[in-house]
Design a protein around this ligand. Structure first.
Ligand SMILES: Nc1nc2c(c(=O)[nH]1)N[C@H]1C(S)=C(S)[C@@H](COP(=O)(O)OP(=O)(O)OC[C@H]3O[C@@H](n4cnc5c(N)ncnc54)[C@H](O)[C@@H]3O)O[C@H]1N2
Ligand code: MOO
Length: 421
């Protein structure tokens, strides 16, 4: 029987871009996000002990110089440089010493040396220190060889940081080094941004929670634990909203709750155009869908929208696509909303240990890791192959255009850590 329907040409590539659809290039989507988003969180002041991984809300200045006074860099003997000659010599020792936290209280007279320990304040009358290993002593005098450099083995007051100097900048992420710098300069509490709250919802009737019972046709929800953990690694507050069924009204309720509880919503699944892809449909209906089809693999159906004023990232259901889209699109967006600014992950250019003929028209991300300085990629590009996410230690990014990758070609590699994972 002849059918009135005309079949389209077979693409046989689920990533081929059908003619007539606008596929948004990654850079265009990123520029759009960057232009639309603003910091949304308030600020508070917290003690250093509670400031790890927080985002600084204001520039911070040193309350005191580091070091606050000139001190000795070594255990040794202090003297005036003017008393040092070229060649062998000896100097008598004054009584007493200068130790860290127990300074010498009077002036070292001309022609004398003093016992001094690492970190001790340089006493008046001393400008140069000799290492104890370079000295012989009987406890009353020291003998050593000149010349010495004026100021040798001493640390100037403020040589690291001056009082009043800006030590930390608004938007900076506070790590152990920043906390050390604040503490060293007398700053005991820091103005930080309130934590960005990110709600995570999984969608799909096929999902069950790991650890519980699952029908044979169900799969365990892998995206929610992954996304909640990613949000925590980024230093934000993860709000677990559970699983929404494939039911438009129920999903609407989940989005309402999420918009109430969080500053940003991450959903996974239901982002494409299937019969049960309710997330995309809801965002479309509400008129707040900004971008949808991305020229990216994996992650083509990424829905970017707004629900009751709260940005929504409708991530694809396939776990690999969900992770890649979170790293590439959601992570920098979260940075802006959290007051950290737009983060561009630092990439490495490394030789490829694989070959691939990449088609034009979309940016591609491959699960990859470095071995002996070369990028290896996972054996499959299947977007449901979660084992590859764990096998990998980062992503290789292939450009939007065509590219013939040959063994040894330079490719761009982003370690997971460059995204803050
Ligand atoms: N006819 C077409 N079908 C599909 C296309 C296409 O272009 N034409 N694109 C495929 C691509 S690429 C992706 S990615 C998916 C995206 O689909 P959705 O975002 O609508 O997601 P679902 O259909 O709900 O799920 C896709 C896949 O992922 C599994 N999944 C979903 N949630 C989870 C979870 N929380 N944990 C683990 N796995 C999850 C789900 O069972 C499906 O297997 O669409 C393709 N289809
Ligand atoms: O865009 Mo879908 O990314 O592969 O699985």
């Amino acid at each position: 029987m002849r059918s009135p329907l005309t079949p389209p040409p077979l693409t046989n590539d689920c990533f081929a871009l059908p003619a007539g659809t606008h596929w948004t290039p990654v850079d265009e989507a990123l520029a759009d996000l960057k232009a639309r988003l603003r910091p949304v969180v308030g600020q508070e002041t917290v003690p250093l002990g509670a400031a790890l991984d927080r985002v600084l809300a204001e520039d911070v200045a040193a309350l005191r110089a580091n070091p606050p006074q000139a001190n000795s860099a070594v255990d040794g003997y202090g003297m005036r440089h003017a008393d040092v000659v070229d060649g062998p010599q000896s100097l008598p020792l004054v009584e007493g010493r200068s130790a860290a936290g127990d300074p010498f209280s009077s002036v070292v007279p001309e022609g004398y040396a003093i016992r001094i320990l690492t970190g001790a304040t340089i006493p008046e009358g001393v400008d140069t220190v000799i290492l104890q290993e370079d000295v012989s002593t009987d406890g009353k005098a020291i003998a050593f060889h000149g010349p010495l450099k004026k100021g040798a083995n001493t640390r100037r007051a403020g040589e690291d940081v001056d009082a009043g100097q800006t030590i930390l900048r608004a938007g900076q992420r506070l790590g152990p080094a920043e906390l050390a710098l604040a503490a060293a300069t007398g700053v005991g509490a820091l103005p930080v941004r309130k934590r960005l709250r990110v709600a995570v919802v999984s969608t799909g009737d096929e999902l069950a929670d790991a650890g519980g019972a699952a029908r044979a046709d169900q799969i365990f929800d892998a995206n929610r634990p992954m996304l909640l953990a990613m949000v925590k690694r980024f230093g934000f507050e993860a709000v677990d909203l559970g699983r929404a069924p494939d039911n438009r009204l129920a999903l609407k309720g989940f989005l309402d709750d999420a918009a109430e509880a969080a500053d940003l919503i991450l959903t996974s699944g239901g982002a494409s155009a299937g019969d049960e892809d309710h997330l995309a449909a809801l965002l479309n209906e509400s008129g707040a869908m900004a971008l949808w089809r991305m020229a990216i693999k994996p992650g083509r159906p990424l829905a970017l929208g707004v629900w009751q004023g709260t940005p929504v990232f409708g991530l694809p259901g396939n776990p690999v696509a969900a992770m890649v889209c979170t790293l590439i699109f959601a992570r920098p967006a979260m940075g802006v909303m959290a007051g950290e600014g737009w983060l561009s992950p630092q990439a490495l250019q490394v030789p490829a240990a694989f070959e691939k003929n990449k088609k034009p028209g979309r940016r591609e991300y491959l699960r990859a890791r470095l071995r002996n300085g070369r990028a290896e990629v996972f054996k499959s590009e299947g977007s449901g192959r979660i084992s590859g996410l764990s096998w990998a230690e980062g992503l290789v990014e292939l450009p939007d255009g065509e590219m013939q990758v040959r063994d040894g070609s330079l490719v761009t590699f982003y370690p997971y850590a460059s995204f803050g994972l």
